[in-house]
Ligand binder design. Structure first.
Ligand code: C5P
Length: 200
């Protein structure tokens, strides 16, 4: 938040995270959905934790992660935090200089302490989507990453069908033209297999 009514954010509709939460609930799991602001209705039968800022999300993750077997981190966490936060609305003026600092990498921080829990991240790239996503899998100590790309012909935001790659230490699986609910089913199958393999 820059002031009570202005903010900077990464783009996200929430569709993917909500689809994963609904699918996990449909299969009978206990689900906690930590969500940023979206117009979507929280699915019934789950614990719903609304958040606004990166700080809120960090707190909610720290509170709920350790009671769960898996985290699917579809959140488009803001990459930059403003260094100033005015308590009153900033008046219109010809220039307003604001500086930003890098936001903490939440999934990387939590994955370092995951133990046997499974942590899946997401990535969105405009170029070199597969090599960059593979590097993130390692750098963030994830068990899996859902790689998305964005181009003039492929926009993964919202309700449309997407091409993605599911990447883990065993390799890369490309999935084409999946709806978000189909993708949520595949992600759940994958998470369940990873949880089982880590608990042996
Ligand atoms: O590095 P990049 O933002 O592309 O990585 C994406 C993954 O990292 C996503 O799973 C996202 O939720 C997570 N992330 C995070 N904290 C940040 C930035 C990204 O947890 N500050």
């Amino acid at each position: 938040m820059l002031d009570p009514v202005r903010f900077i954010t990464n783009l996200s509709t929430g569709e993917m995270g909500y689809a994963v939460a609904r699918e996990a609930r449909r299969r009978g799991f206990e689900v906690t959905l930590i969500s940023g602001p979206t117009p979507l209705l929280p699915p019934k039968g789950i614990r719903f934790i609304p958040t606004v800022t990166v700080e809120d999300l960090k707190r909610a993750l720290g509170k709920h992660f350790f009671a769960n077997d898996a985290l699917v981190m579809a959140a488009a966490v803001g990459d930059f935090l403003p260094n100033t936060r005015a308590s009153k609305k900033v008046l219109r003026q010809p220039r307003w200089k604001v500086t930003f600092r890098q936001a903490p990498d939440l999934v990387r921080g939590i994955a370092q302490r995951k133990g046997k829990r499974v942590v899946i991240g997401f990535s969105l790239e405009t170029e070199d989507w597969l090599p960059r996503s593979r590097r993130k899998l390692k750098a963030k100590q994830l068990d899996g990453i859902v790689a998305n790309y964005f181009s003039s012909r492929h926009n993964p935001f919202g309700k449309g069908r997407v091409h993605v790659a599911l990447i883990d230490s065993g390799g890369t699986r490309i999935l084409r033209r999946r709806s978000k609910s189909e993708l949520a089913r595949e992600i759940l199958n994958w998470v369940i297999a990873l949880v089982r393999s880590r608990q042996i």
